[in-house]
Write a protein that binds this ligand. Structure first.
Ligand SMILES: [Fe+2]
Ligand SMILES: [Fe+2]
Length: 205
C-alpha cells in the first residue's frame, strides 16, 4: 500500500464509519486510530504505522449490525468460531468487522484482518499489530474510567522503554480487574494471556 492508496483507503473508511456508526462509536474509532498511530510510532516502522491506522479504523466497523447480521457476515467469511463467541455481539463484532474490511474495502493484508478479528479478547502469541490494536482500544483518548490516566501514562512509559509486552500486560490486567469489578464472566483467554506475558517478562528480567 503506497501513501496515496493509504490516504484514499483511510478517507473511504472514515466516510463509511461516519455514515453508519453513532457519534460515540465513530469518535471511539478515531480515538483508537490516534492511539494506535502514537504507539506504532515507537516502532519506527512506517509501514506498521499505516497498517495500525487502517486496522484501528476498521476494528468496530460492524458494531452497528444486529447479531443476526454479524452471524451471516461471519458465515460468509467462513470464519470458524466457538459457540460462546458466535452468540454474543460483544465478541462477534471483531470477526464481522474483519469481513467488512476484506469484502467492502478489499483489504488483503492478513495481519490487519487478524488484528481486527482478535481485538476484543486477544489471543496467545499476538503479533505486534494485534498487541497495538488491543492496547489502543482500551486506552484511546475517549476512554474515561477510574484509573485511566495512570494506566495510560504507565502504558506510554513502558512503550518509551521499548516494552510492548509490558504495556500489553498492564492493559490485560486492568481489563480483568474491571470485568471482575463489574461481576461479569471473564473469558479464560484473558487469564491465559496474563500468565503467558507475566512468564515472558519474568524471564527477560
Ligand atoms: Fe470492539
Ligand atoms: Fe473498540
Amino acid at each position: 500500500m503506497n501513501d496515496k492508496q493509504y490516504l484514499i483507503l483511510r478517507k473511504n473508511i472514515i466516510k463509511y464509519l461516519k455514515d453508519r456508526l453513532g457519534e460515540r462509536l465513530f469518535l471511539h474509532s478515531l480515538g483508537v486510530e490516534a492511539a494506535a498511530v502514537q504507539i506504532a510510532a515507537a516502532s519506527a516502522n512506517y509501514r506498521l504505522i499505516k497498517r495500525c491506522s487502517i486496522a484501528a479504523l476498521m476494528h468496530d466497523a460492524a458494531k452497528c449490525l444486529s447479531l443476526s447480521e454479524m452471524k451471516s457476515s461471519v458465515k460468509k467469511a467462513g470464519y470458524k468460531l466457538s459457540g460462546g463467541v458466535a452468540e454474543k455481539e460483544g465478541l462477534l463484532h471483531g470477526h464481522a468487522s474483519a469481513h467488512i474490511a476484506a469484502e467492502i474495502f478489499n483489504i488483503s493484508d492478513r495481519g490487519v484482518i487478524t488484528a481486527v478479528r482478535n481485538h476484543t479478547l486477544g489471543r496467545l502469541k499476538m503479533s505486534v499489530l494485534e498487541k497495538i490494536i488491543f492496547i489502543s482500544d482500551y486506552i484511546e483518548p475517549g476512554r474515561n474510567f477510574a484509573g485511566i490516566e495512570e494506566l495510560r501514562s504507565n502504558v506510554y512509559r513502558a512503550l518509551f522503554n521499548s516494552c510492548l509486552d509490558r504495556a500489553l500486560l498492564l492493559v490485560v490486567r486492568d481489563k480483568i480487574r474491571t470485568l471482575e469489578a463489574m461481576g461479569v464472566s471473564i473469558e479464560k483467554i484473558l487469564f491465559d494471556i496474563n500468565d503467558a506475558l507475566s512468564k515472558t517478562l519474568e524471564k527477560r528480567a
